[in-house]
Design a protein around this ligand. Structure first.
Ligand code: NAD
Length: 354
């Protein structure tokens, strides 16, 4: 039998902590992948897992993902993630959040938490009563970093799409460039609005067809059914909804030279980055192009710790660097013949000293 820390997902985590608090009923895992560049930052997920092993796998994979994302965004932060194992009816109590806050505090700032799936801003405010190692709290005031990360994520994706269009199609503007956009929620609608301002041609889809239709009407684009969006003939396919959409079948359907969008974990499996490259499709690695939100969340934390305000300018500066990072990845991919997702992983590993 092999030790679990030799399994691939474990990937040399610095610390994996199981938190069990009898009186509140809290069971949580805090995974710290790397603190090489700074405190491990990554949100807390509140989820009902079919089995504890799935919770551990989620914590480990998400934590490593945060190490890579934070490093590639140029942040002085490492990577970590927490999962709270919810029961089947997802009961969440103030006592559980307090016990979770105590567990974060006990790590003395090695781990910094924030919202993720199932955790609200109000939950983070509750956690912040027990520890200062929290971000994603209400914005402190004019010029302060923080608040809803969606618009910051959208800005980074918009700039990334422009960089891809310049790199692959040789165009300085997205005017009349056709973008097929999947998901018109917080991030997708923000990307669509920014593209529309520049005169891009938009085709939109959302599982809520009405949401896509209303936005298409507002922006002068078209809406199509959710199962049609991946086969639209376009210049850019921009996934901003679900993960794992780039699988054998999804990639075969694509009719575009560029994939650039904000959904997390777009590649169903590692081989799918190579499949995109083999089809001659330029791919913007998801965790590089969608880093705008974490850039804002991290700055909010750094500002609160240092007592500085006005971090919004730093946020804008770092988001403006996302296109440069993407171009660096694409150039290295073209030079080496290695797919862009693998190039990004290798760059991230180098930055965190692995
Ligand atoms: P959201 O819930 O606001 O929007 C998601 C949208 O996708 C919804 O409108 C939903 O109806 C739609 N959708 C779901 N399944 C779909 C399908 N099969 N086809 C078409 N549309 C579908 O979420 P969001 O905050 O906009 O996040 C979107 C993606 O971006 C997620 O993968 C998220 O993990 C990722 N992401 C978000 C942020 C952020 O700052 N919010 C940061 C990084 C990454």
């Amino acid at each position: 039998m092999t030790a679990f820390w030799t399994e691939a997902d474990y990937d040399d985590h610095e610390l994996v902590q199981l938190v069990h608090d009898r009186s509140s009923g809290l069971t949580a895992i805090i995974a710290l992948h790397s603190t090489h560049l700074g405190p491990g930052a990554g949100g807390t997920r509140f989820w009902h897992y079919a089995e504890p092993k799935a919770a551990m796998r989620d914590a480990l994979r998400l934590s490593r993902g945060m190490s890579y994302k934070n490093a590639m965004a140029g942040l002085p932060m490492g990577g970590g993630k927490a999962v709270i194992l919810a029961d089947s009816d997802k009961t969440k109590t103030p006592e559980m959040l307090a016990a979770f806050g105590d567990a974060v505090e006990a790590l003395g700032g090695r781990y910094v938490t924030a919202e993720d799936v199932g955790i609200s801003e109000a939950d983070m405010v509750a956690v912040s009563q027990r520890t200062s190692h929290v971000s994603g709290l209400p914005v402190a005031g004019e010029g302060a970093a923080g608040g809803d990360p969606g618009p910051f994520t959208a800005m980074g994706i918009y700039l990334g799409i422009k960089a891809a269009v310049k790199h692959n199609l040789g165009k300085d503007s997205v005017a009349r460039v056709h973008v097929a956009l999947q998901g018109t929620g917080s991030v997708g609608s923000g990307v669509a609005r920014l593209l529309a301002k520049d005169g891009a041609r938009l085709t939109l889809a959302d599982i809520s067809e009405q949401r896509a239709a209303i936005l298409a009407q507002e922006l002068g684009g078209n809406a199509v059914a959710p199962d049609a969006i991946m086969s639209v003939a376009c210049d850019v396919f921009s996934p901003n909804a679900l993960g794992a959409i780039l699988d054998d079948e999804g990639i075969a359907r694509l009719d575009c030279p560029i994939v650039a969008g904000g959904a997390n974990n777009q590649l169903a499996r590692a081989k799918h980055g190579e499949m995109l490259a083999a089809r001659g499709i330029l791919y913007a690695p998801d965790y590089v192009i969608n880093a705008g939100g974490i850039i804002s969340v991290a700055q909010e934390y750094l500002d609160r710790q240092s007592g500085n305000a006005g971090g919004i300018n730093e946020v804008r500066k770092r988001i403006a660097q996302i296109p440069e990072r993407l171009v660096q990845i694409w150039q290295e991919s073209e030079r080496s013949g290695v797919s862009s997702d693998v190039v990004a992983d290798r760059m991230a590993q180098q930055l965190i000293g692995r």
